[in-house]
Write a protein that binds this ligand. Structure first.
Ligand SMILES: C[S@@+](CC[C@H](N)C(=O)[O-])C[C@H]1O[C@@H](n2cnc3c(N)ncnc32)[C@H](O)[C@@H]1O
Length: 280
């Protein structure tokens, strides 16, 4: 819900109709009282000020970080689509518009989105409310803490998931919530199911000097709040360890975004953005 609110704030009044903001609004509206409260805050000047103050109190720069992350991930997925990817599989799609936007941009791309049942139910209602076509966009509910991705992939066959088609697999803001064996199981199942080349785009948390995963500027109460919400970060990796950690999960890294690039620094460093390929 917070990422959706950040999308609405980033779009501002000018871009209320942009698909990103429209889907974010529809998802929040479908989220019950908490979502509607957040939407009301995002829609008033006083509410936006309160959201900015809360951001400063908990994790300064996080809203801009989401924009930065989504810009880089869009570019990588777009590059893949131009290079011949025929399927986009988004794991932990949340309330994000990457899938529908890519389907609209690339007419031969099929999009498959997976998330937990509650999120998929909200997303389904929101897509319908926005009038987003579903002819090349299929959704499935799965909880990666207990369900195997191989079962989801088999069931997506009924919606046209082709194990012989080049595929890009996105896991944005998801892997840090799963224990590392569950992360490895995700990519094992992909390797076993997909016969064509698969490109991987994902994010993972950085570790601090004591080995704790998190954002560099997070206030001490963020981890406690995430734990109370049932979403603590399960693991992280220092930059030097990331290739080995992802190799153990079956991914060969090709590129990691440098959060300190002077031209385009990460507004809230602590989450690695990387792309790679599945080990064969
Ligand atoms: C931080 S949100 C990111 C959403 C979206 N990818 C984005 O970046 O805007 C994490 C998403 O992962 C999903 N998720 C977390 N744990 C999951 C699990 N065990 N199985 C499936 N999805 C999960 C959540 O429901 C949520 O939609």
């Amino acid at each position: 819900m917070l990422i959706a609110a950040a999308e609405i704030l980033a779009a501002g009044d000018q871009a209320r109709d942009a698909l990103r903001a429209r889907l974010a609004r529809a998802c929040l509206a479908a989220c019950g009282d908490a979502g509607r409260r957040l939407l009301r805050l995002a829609d008033s000047a006083a509410g936006r000020m309160l959201l900015r103050l809360s951001e400063f109190a908990v994790l300064p720069g996080i809203a801009a970080h989401y924009g930065w992350r989504k810009r880089h991930l869009w570019r990588w997925v777009h590059d893949d689509a131009v290079a011949g990817t025929r399927q986009l599989l988004v794991l932990g799609a949340g309330f994000d518009a990457l899938g529908p936007r890519m389907a609209a941009r690339h007419r031969s791309l099929r999009v498959f989105e997976v998330d937990r049942p509650g999120t998929i139910a909200i997303r389904t209602r929101a897509l319908q409310a926005c009038g987003i076509p579903r002819s090349r966009l299929a959704l499935r509910a799965a909880d990666f803490a207990q369900d195997r991705l191989r079962d989801t992939l088999r069931s997506l066959g009924a919606d046209g998931f082709d194990r012989n088609a080049p595929t890009t697999v996105v896991a944005e803001g998801l892997l840090m919530y799963l224990p590392l064996p569950a992360v490895a199981a995700l990519y094992d199942d992909l390797r076993a199911h997909c016969r064509a080349p698969a490109s991987v785009v994902a994010t993972a948390m950085e570790c601090d000097a004591r080995g704790a995963p998190g954002f560099r500027r997070q206030r001490p109460w963020l981890q406690r709040w995430l734990a109370r919400r049932g979403e603590p970060f399960a693991w992280g990796a220092a930059r030097a360890q990331l290739p080995a950690v992802m190799a153990a999960a079956g991914i060969a890294l090709r590129e990691t975004i440098d959060p300190e690039t002077p031209r385009d620094p990460d507004p809230c460093p602590g989450e690695w953005l990387f792309r790679g390929t599945l080990h064969r």
